[in-house]
Write a protein that binds this ligand. Structure first.
Ligand code: IPD
Ligand code: CA
Ligand code: CA
Ligand code: CA
Length: 265
């Protein structure tokens, strides 16, 4: 029997609306409060307020489910776990760069089955649930704000591929800079888009491969259903599945094994 996650997706989309109102309201606010976490990365009052709102709404709508969020940690031991990154791209958010998003995912026994990536400053949203396809809406296109179905690219050879490596430093610190350079020599062009942006471009078919290191489950969980339901593939840079390995390699599927091979040489 196929399980439908349509209700959970609808809930996540509804909660994303509330999250967007808070994050947009505080974007570029003159009194934005910025602190440094123990790992020296920034966090703002908006990150905390958005996660609080999402957690409160989930607790009310799905009281038995467990939650993992970047700012307030893990609670509950249900196999149904909501995974939240209240603002993916805090560094952009606090400097006025519009590339940031709220990420909301539902994972069952560690497998993400619902993903919502909501980027109100870009006017974009991407979402998916297992078996329901991947979708996007673009409020910046006056002629076409209706949701449209996402489909990855059909680029089948690395020589024609566009890739994003997101963070050069991350590849270097993982000892994989040489692998990345090999892949860069094999492809048509390289970019470093950062945050959730490159993965959503893969889901849209605008980019063919994206990868990076030093990621947490909440950085990745919501991206996975969107990429997979758009026909793409998501693994670690070493080729293992699941969002818990600390690295990400997303592709249109056709290029995945070739990219993994070059990266492992
Ligand atoms: C960051 C983003 C970024 C990645 C960093 C993350 P945050 O998340 O996902 O793309 O390279 O490793 O920490 O802190 O802005 O939610
Ligand atoms: Ca993040
Ligand atoms: Ca974050
Ligand atoms: Ca952070």
């Amino acid at each position: 029997m196929t399980v439908s996650y349509a209700d959970d997706l609808a809930l996540a989309l509804d909660i994303a609306n509330a999250a967007d109102r808070i994050s947009l309201d505080r974007f570029m606010a003159l009194d934005l409060v910025v602190e440094k976490k123990p790992d020296r990365t920034p966090v703002t009052d908006a990150d905390k307020a958005v996660e609080r709102e999402i957690r409160d709404r989930l607790a009310e709508a799905r009281p038995g489910d467990s939650i993992l969020g970047e700012e307030y940690g893990a609670e509950g031991d249900s196999s149904r776990q909501w995974i939240i990154d209240p603002i993916d791209g805090t560094a952009n958010y606090l400097r006025g760069v519009p590339v940031w998003a709220t990420l909301i995912s539902l994972a069952i026994d560690g497998v993400p089955v619902v993903g919502v990536v909501s980027s109100p400053a870009l006017g974009r949203r991407w979402w998916a649930a297992s078996g329901e396809g991947a979708w996007t809406s673009d409020q910046t296109l006056a002629a076409n704000t209706e949701p449209r179905r996402l489909q990855v690219s059909r680029v089948a050879g690395l020589a024609d591929a566009s890739i994003s490596y997101n963070s050069l430093k991350g590849w270097d610190e993982a000892g994989r800079l040489e692998s990345l350079l090999s892949l860069s020599r094999s492809v048509w062009r390289t970019r470093a888009y950062g945050e959730m942006w490159s993965y959503m471009l893969v889901a849209e078919g605008a980019l063919d491969v994206a990868g990076e290191f030093d990621l947490q489950p909440y950085d990745m969980a919501a991206l996975i259903p969107v990429i997979e339901e758009a026909g793409g593939r998501f693994t670690s840079v070493d080729g293992t599945s699941g969002p818990w390995s600390g690295s990400a390699l997303a592709s249109n599927g056709l290029l995945h094994d070739d990219a993994l091979r070059v990266l492992s040489e």
